[in-house]
Design a protein around this ligand. Structure first.
Ligand code: ASP
Length: 362
């Protein structure tokens, strides 16, 4: 016989007159449905590193605090948060970047249930951290950088929307296999090509010559193309002693000499046009090469490949192809902790250039 009892509020807040049996079944169903609902939400981990998105000079917010400013998070992802650092990104260092890469790797290893990882970062050096992490091969699932040009306390801040988009991208299974990504202003960029091109504009981030990989429109993600030019290196250490020098009319090689004196192991030069250097600079480069310093030429124009002349080839200068100086430098940072072999380093730049293995015709 079924007993009718006053059911205490064990699975709901309102006491209801019910039967133990029906109550038991309903409770079970509710708990199962509830757990099913939360299991279905993709798990995303947020690593905060600082920057304007978390307050900048007007006082830093923690990763947890900035996540609370994001509209519409409920029902999108089950978010966990962690403060990795709280710095303006002009204070980012290779050591910190490498530690961040290791943290991302460890998170994916320790928490296989994660769909993706979002990293908030200052805009100033974001393109560097994103590309180094991409080179270090951390993005077995989406790793998405988000930042802001305007701090969270401003009514027209862009941070919460950028962060919401980043969480959406990190949660999307279809965004796997694209490497490290950056989202700003509803656009999605690949780490290899993205650059900050303006100090204050909301659309400051662009991928010159190749365009964004995709776009976020409300709750839909549109993928335009997949990055064809990527390189992933498996390394245990990096080489932070790599510097970047930009040539100008009148460059006399003194910056190259200073770099050698200061103990740099690699020097990237943003040279003229397609690879032109004044003779005094070439003399300084020759001296640097005698001391086995790795020298890479890339174009200061911001686009297009460098083609090396016969003398620069003879002394062992490498072409950074069409990478800009910042990105060409990071290839050495990532690789030179493990190898200084020039052929190997040259092959990395070629892989990142998109060059097909065989030439076609003459
Ligand atoms: N100073 C800031 C930074 O950390 C600028 C920004 O985040 O937009 O890079």
């Amino acid at each position: 016989m079924i007993q009718t009892v006053l059911v205490p509020p064990t699975c709901g807040k309102t006491p209801i007159v019910f039967t133990w049996k029906i109550h038991g079944i309903l409770c079970g169903l509710l708990l199962w449905a509830g757990s099913l609902g939360s299991q279905e939400l993709p798990r995303v981990h947020l690593l905060g590193t600082g920057g304007t998105i978390s307050g900048g000079s007007s006082g830093s917010l923690s990763a947890s605090e900035i996540s609370k400013l994001v509209p519409g998070l409920d029902g999108l992802a089950d978010l966990s948060v962690e403060d990795f650092a709280t710095i303006g990104s002009s204070r980012m260092t290779p050591d910190l970047q490498f530690r961040l890469a290791r943290r991302v790797r460890a998170l994916f290893r320790e928490r296989p249930e994660l769909s993706g990882i979002v990293i908030t970062h200052g805009t100033d050096s974001l393109e560097e951290t994103a590309f180094l992490l991409d080179l270090l091969g951390v993005a077995e699932k989406p790793v998405v950088f988000a930042a802001a040009q305007r701090p969270p306390r401003r009514s027209d801040t862009d941070g919460p929307r950028n962060l919401l988009n980043a969480i959406r991208i990190a949660a999307a299974e279809g965004m796997r296999g694209l490497g490290v990504l950056v989202t700003m202003n509803d656009e999605i960029h690949g780490a290899r090509d993205v650059r900050k091109t303006h100090s204050i504009a909301l659309n400051a981030f662009a991928s010159p010559w190749v365009g964004p990989l995709g776009h976020v429109d409300g709750n839909r993600i549109y993928l335009f193309h997949r990055p064809a030019r990527r390189l992933e290196l498996e390394v245990d250490r990096i080489e932070p002693l790599v510097t970047l020098i930009r040539l100008f009319a009148g460059s006399d090689g003194s910056q190259v000499k200073a770099a050698v004196r200061s103990g740099q192991r690699g020097v990237v030069l943003e040279v003229f046009g397609r690879g032109n250097v004044p003779s005094k600079v070439l003399d300084a480069v020759r001296e640097a090469r005698k001391q086995e310093i790795v020298v890479v030429f890339t174009s200061r124009t911001g686009g297009g490949r460098v083609e090396l002349g016969s003398e620069t080839k003879r002394i062992g200068v490498l072409s950074g192809e069409d990478l800009d100086g910042l990105k060409a430098r990071l290839v050495l940072v990532a690789a030179m902790g493990t190898t200084t072999d020039l052929d190997e380093l040259a092959s990395y730049y070629r892989q990142l250039s998109g060059e097909l293995e065989t030439a076609v015709g003459n």
